[in-house]
Design a protein around this ligand. Structure first.
Ligand code: GDP
Length: 613
């Protein structure tokens, strides 16, 4: 049987599909990966599962064994040579495997905890998958936690499910339905995979347990089914290389190395490669192609196995010169005999420069730093949606010079003098410098958290600014005196608000016109310290709010209050004291949202009263 299958694989000449796992923290991504790997290793029957660099390779024979329990329900052909599963769970690795023309991650598994339903990163992941148009399936994990679930290790879901009590089935159905509704709210139609008759429109759900292994055969079966039947075009072997840098790492004895997922073609020792570097394109030659030693040979002196040549799809470590500035998430190209190296250099740099389009050209914005091209792209997309301007972007750890970029914002727009960092290290000296310069650094590995922290900070700044300027934020109002209640110590006047709104804290004046010079001089009566309507204390009185009159108590800290009856009296119209500065303060972002249009109209009307241009 095996020979027939490998023959068919050879005929189709397909490469292994590449799969990655994403979802909210604690949903069981790591455990699921472990389970897929481990059962075979422990059983010992299905050999050939190899730990690669950043990925695990499952040869088709191993998958065939693992999915044997599915035979009762489904047929399967085994056309691909195997399956490559990316080991680093989470959406950073996914976004690094994003497609730029070619699709590197052929299929993704979105893990949802059946007990928790959709969580924040689930939603973020769905958005990412949709933006990248990536095919995916849902693993509805932790089914063993359904109350009274009876386990048959490594069984197919359907067989295990049939053997459960009614109450367990009921609980499963209820939770499944709720999750389907929640997915629909995110714009996704979904269906249990074996009831899904419309693969193009409905996302398939596979119930799993990463602890008992139930549903794992179903998951593997479906991965094969979908990739073989629906993606065979993308899985055709190509002669040209498609490869993505997952990580840049220093390794003892090898210097700086890059971990690469080779999704198509061959890589050979000595190949001339072109890749994107932080400060420009890197052209170098492959010195060594490395994969980890097989488990049983760990006693050997070297941790790595050397290869003269490797074939897609696999994860491999490349040692070469000049890799220090290599950018994670970018492509790696191999220079062929007829290739134009210069053109390829431009090409790889496009991965980085393409992202710089979202940088605000006005030079106003936050500074963004991310671990990889993929996470940078995801973060920039998000900031664009949130309309947060970006002044500058960077990759890798944050150093003092990155903070210095942010410092230019302190003058221009202090609320944007922040660094938004996604999953990166911040250098100690940089941290120190930022705190001296009052640059806030936000560092998170979840985009939402970054955004929440940033918006909370903006609000805090706004409040602070409001508190600082509240004395200058004079809202316009016009008052008629109804009656003087107390001439001094303190002055209390009964007034009627005929325009605008009268607030506690507002400075109140009359305006005197010099008959000869025609000059207008405001005569300050004092600031409002309290307002009362019918002996009820209020903070603010709007025009038309009451016809009972308002008792306005004024405080004069200057001690030069005009004398009622001599300098000012009932015939004077009273105003809030409008100045150039008070108008500018209301225009400040700290207050602008609080000033209604009618107030701006009133200010315009009052400008001539105060002789303001
Ligand atoms: P990750 O953050 O998504 O990688 O989640 P982990 O794989 O680290 O799992 C988080 C926790 O959930 C761990 O304590 C796991 O043992 C547990 N867990 C994961 N999958 C299952 C499952 O299917 N059933 C049960 N009962 N626990 C699980």
């Amino acid at each position: 049987v095996a020979s027939k299958k490998s023959a068919s694989a050879a005929n189709k000449d397909l490469r292994s599909p590449i799969c990655c796992i994403l979802g909210h923290v604690d949903t069981g991504k790591t455990k699921l990966l472990d389970k897929i790997r481990q059962t075979n290793v422990q059983g010992g029957e299905a050999g050939g599962i190899t730990q690669q660099i950043g990925a695990t390779y499952f040869p088709i024979e191993a998958i065939e064994q693992k999915t044997a329990v599915m035979a009762k329900y489904e047929e399967q052909t085994f056309d691909v040579p195997g399956l490559l599963v990316i080991d680093t769970p989470g959406h950073e690795s996914f976004s690094n495997l994003r497609s730029r023309g070619s699709s590197l991650c052929n299929i993704a598994i979105l893990v949802i905890d059946i007990m928790h339903g959709l969580e924040q990163q689930t939603i973020e992941s769905i958005k990412l998958l949709r933006d990248r148009k990536a095919p995916f399936i849902v693993a509805l994990n932790k089914i063993d936690r359904l109350y009274d679930w009876v386990t048959i290790p490594n069984n197919s879901f359907r067989d295990s499910f049939e053997k459960q009590d009614r109450a367990v089935k009921q609980e499963f159905q209820t939770r499944l339905e709720n999750i389907k509704v929640a997915l629909a709210e995110q714009g996704l139609n979904s269906e249990l995979y074996f009831q899904n008759n419309n693969l193009a429109k409905y996302v398939s759900i596979v119930p799993t347990s990463a602890v008992t292994g139930e549903g794992v055969p179903d998951l593997l079966w479906l991965l094969l089914e979908l990739t073989q039947k629906r993606m065979s075009k993308q899985l055709k072997y190509l002669s040209h290389v498609e490869a993505t840098i997952l990580e840049v790492k220093v390794v003892e004895g090898f210097g700086t190395t890059i971990d690469v997922i080779l999704s198509n073609g061959y890589l050979r020792e000595g190949d001339r490669i072109v890749l994107c570097g932080m400060n420009g394109p890197i052209v170098t030659s492959i010195r060594a192609l490395l994969t980890p030693q097989p488990l049983r040979e760990l006693r050997l002196k070297s941790e790595y196995q050397h290869h003269k040549e490797v074939k897609a799809a696999l994860g491999v470590k490349i040692a070469a010169n000049d890799l220090e500035k290599a950018v994670s998430g970018s492509r790696l190209l191999v220079v062929g005999p007829d290739d134009d190296e210069e053109e390829m250099m431009d090409d790889v740099m496009d991965d980085l420069t393409g992202l710089l389009d979202s940088v605000d050209t006005s030079g106003k914005g936050v500074v963004v730093q991310a671990s990889t091209l993929g996470s940078l792209e995801a973060l920039l997309d998000f900031l664009k949606d949130m309309k947060i301007p970006v002044m500058s972007v960077g990759l890798g750890p944050v150093y003092k010079r990155d903070i210095m970029k942010s410092c230019t914002m302190l003058e221009k727009a202090p609320e944007l003098a922040v660094m938004l960092c996604f999953d990166v290290k911040v250098d100690k000296e940089a941290e120190q410098y930022a705190s001296e310069q009052h640059i806030r650094i936000f560092n998170a590995d979840i985009i939402y958290h970054l955004f929440d922290a940033f918006t909370a900070y903006q609000k805090e700044l706004l409040e602070k600014r409001r508190a600082e300027f509240v004395g200058d934020a004079t809202f316009p109002c016009v008052l008629n005196t109804l009656q003087i209640i107390n001439k001094r110590g303190p002055m209390i006047i009964g007034v009627d608000v005929i325009e605008g709104s009268l607030r506690v804290g507002t400075p109140i004046c009359a305006v005197k016109l010099d008959p000869t010079t025609k000059e207008r001089t405001p005569l300050l009566l004092g600031r409002v310290i309290s307002l009362e309507i019918n002996h009820q204390s209020v903070q603010e009185v709007k025009k038309g709010q009451t016809n009972a009159g308002v008792a306005m108590r004024l405080e004069d800290p200057s001690g030069q209050q005009p004398i009622w009856g001599r300098h000012v009296d009932e015939k004077d119209t009273l105003y809030s004291l409008i100045t150039r500065r008070s108008i500018d303060t209301l225009k400040d972002p700290a207050f602008r949202d609080q000033v209604p249009k009618s107030d701006w109209m009133l200010i315009r009307k009052l400008k001539p009263v105060f002789g303001i241009e």
